[in-house]
Design a binder for this molecule. Structure first.
Ligand SMILES: NC(=O)c1ccc[n+]([C@@H]2O[C@H](COP(=O)([O-])OP(=O)(O)OC[C@H]3O[C@@H](n4cnc5c(N)ncnc54)[C@H](O)[C@@H]3O)[C@@H](O)[C@H]2O)c1
Ligand SMILES: O=P(O)(O)OC[C@@H](O)[C@@H](O)[C@H](O)[C@H](O)CO
Length: 538
């Protein structure tokens, strides 16, 4: 049996014997280099990072294009650091699974350190402060989930935590944006050192939203006199601090028991899946797909390693934005969310299994080809039609990718604006009629039906975690299947909330259609499947 912590330099054969590719560098050396001259910090060391960013770093370290390991920072989940990183010497086994059932396994040791940092953790703060004070630090990447950037509540007002951060001492900041602004303040105080802050989370204009979050905090501090205006000017100067936009794509499900058991059968020992108290599902291994894209705006004021040599596309902001809108608002994530909602309602636990249900396939084809594609701009670097073809015909049906509707359904309230709102806005802006839209209103109605936490067969289910569940569920909580309800009245507080959808659904002409679909879907057990079938095949 091979273990993650085994000596891959003295005994590479033990790894190679079980088909694991080992690094070409010394982990100790890249760790020391990161201590002395850090280059790359990543916030949110979850599964995507471990399977994607960390492998990019490993490829660059292998080819000597990168001189120091990545420093992982967690502002949220100490369990990730203490249970998934520390016991395994910051290593992970990356498992790439193709549709033929091949497992490509790589021992990834590109992480130099993993640091938990929040306002109460002085050790983590001192370590990260020191890192941010180093002139060598070139860039930060982030994958902290969409909700990680939030500073406002559902009504668009600053949240109590954001107000406390802005009113208080920068040293006591508790929000992610506040905690990161505090680190940037340390970098500013160290001599206005340049840096690129790259969000790689799944939303359109992610760099803009990240920048706005940091500036909301910093401008508040300046107003209260706790920082100088000079600090705000530093953050606003793209020659010093940039917030490049990005598009990232690689379906990376939570680590699955099915993969763990295959690894074990293939003599790999460390397969225990960890469920942290803060609900991150993580393991000594990560499972991911073959296809991957990372497109980043090429704006790095302190330079960068040759990321392009590890397959990253560096380009202009406009091209990144077009690629991101293509993927996140049209050709992949809206399809995913549709499958997540209806899959959860119909009791599915596998995306690949859903792809055997012809109504689900028809739903995402209708959405992707007929509703999203007509208003999507071609980013030129990736063909949108070919991209959807690959998603529908190759990626989603891949039985070896253990993805679940439940993973994708998490935080849906945070994603609807991006996954459907942007497309609807394109319809409104272009004056194109929304009268023929079926999939978008059906999915939004499906989400309202999902909030009832009753499956299509009438059984209760636990909806995936979402920061707005407790606020939204009460609106539909008392409805039973078969009830005769006034859908307009019941759904009004949800559908009229523009901060959820980003567009006015009334103006988009969709409200009554959503209400009708919702009414149809609560008629009786089985009504969700029936409605889906009849709407999509009409
Ligand atoms: N997994 C994918 O297929 C995939 C693909 C493309 C993009 N993404 C983006 O990456 C994000 C993370 O995906 P993942 O697969 O790594 O998820 P994950 O659950 O494995 O890890 C989530 C990470 O974010 C941190 N986090 C969670 N909530 C947070 C909060 N409120 N504040 C700060 N940090 C928080 C966790 O501590 C953890 O490090 C997604 O939300 C999405 O934006 C994921
Ligand atoms: O990661 P999220 O939570 O934004 O969305 C869930 C999935 O749709 C997403 O993770 C996809 O797998 C990913 O965007 C593929 O690149």
């Amino acid at each position: 049996m091979v273990r993650l912590n085994d000596d891959y330099q003295q005994n590479p054969e033990s790894f190679e014997k079980v088909g694991i590719v080992v690094p070409k560098f010394d982990q100790k050396e890249i760790t020391e280099a990161a201590e002395n001259q850090p280059i790359w910090v990543h916030f949110g060391g979850g599964n995507l990072f471990r399977c994607f960013h960390a492998k990019i770093a490993q490829n660059l370290l292998n080819s000597k294009e990168l001189k120091a390991g990545v420093i992982v920072a967690e502002t949220y989940d100490d369990g990730v650091v203490n249970q998934a990183y520390k016991p395994y010497n910051n290593r992970v086994l990356q498992v790439v699974m193709d549709e033929k059932g091949n497992y490509d396994k790589t021992l990834v040791v590109s992480v130099a350190d993993a640091i938990y940092y929040n306002h109460t953790n002085t050790a983590g703060w001192s370590k990260l402060k020191h890192v941010f004070e180093q002139p060598s630090l070139q860039f930060v990447t982030m994958s902290i989930t969409e909700k990680g950037y939030a500073l406002r509540d559902v009504n668009g007002n600053l949240s109590p935590a954001a107000v406390t951060d802005i009113d208080g001492d920068p040293e006591a900041a508790t929000t992610n944006m506040g905690a990161i602004a505090r680190l940037l303040l340390a970098r500013f105080n160290a001599g206005k050192l340049p840096i690129a802050m790259v969000s790689t989370d799944n939303f359109s204009e992610n760099g803009k939203r990240f920048e706005e979050g940091i500036l909301t905090i910093a401008e508040g501090w300046a107003k209260h006199g706790t920082v100088s205006q000079d600090f705000v000017d530093y953050l606003k100067n793209p020659q010093l601090v940039s917030f490049p936009w990005s598009m990232i794509d690689r379906i990376t499900p939570n680590p699955a028991e099915s993969v763990a058991s295959i690894l074990k059968d293939n003599d790999f020992e460390d397969t225990g899946i960890i469920h942290t108290d803060k609900h991150t599902n993580i393991a000594p291994f990560g499972n991911t797909e073959v296809t991957h894209y990372l497109v980043i705006e090429d704006s790095f004021p302190n330079g960068r390693p040759a990321l392009e040599k590890a397959g990253v596309i560096l380009t202009s902001r406009d091209v990144v934005n077009d690629a991101d809108q293509m993927k996140v608002t049209a050709c992949l994530n809206p399809l995913h969310t549709g499958l997540a909602i209806f899959g959860s309602l119909l009791g599915y636990t596998s995306i690949a299994d859903e792809m055997e249900n012809q109504d689900f396939v028809a739903l995402i084809k209708q959405l992707g080809y007929n509703e999203d594609l007509p208003v999507v701009k071609d980013p030129k670097i990736i063909n949108p039609k070919a991209f959807i073809d690959e998603v529908i015909n190759k990626r989603l049906p891949n039985k070896n990718i253990p993805d679940t509707p439940q993973r994708i359904a998490s935080d849906t309230s945070q994603k609807l604006a991006i996954r459907y709102g942007v497309t609807l806005q394109h319809y409104l802006d272009s004056g194109k009629s929304t009268a023929d839209l079926k999939a978008i209103p059906l999915i939004i109605a499906g989400w309202c039906r999902f909030l009832m936490a009753i499956q299509d067969d009438g059984q209760a289910f636990e909806p995936s975690r979402d920061p707005l569940l407790s606020e939204l569920q009460p609106y539909v909580a008392t409805i039973q299947l078969g009830d005769n309800v006034d859908a307009h009245e019941v759904l009004k507080p949800i559908l009229s909330n523009q901060s959820i959808f980003s567009v006015d659904l009334d103006k988009a002409g969709l409200t009554s259609q959503i209400e009708t679909y919702f009414t149809d879907m609560i008629a009786a057990p089985g009504a969700v499947a029936k409605t889906l079938h009849s709407v999509i095949n009409a």
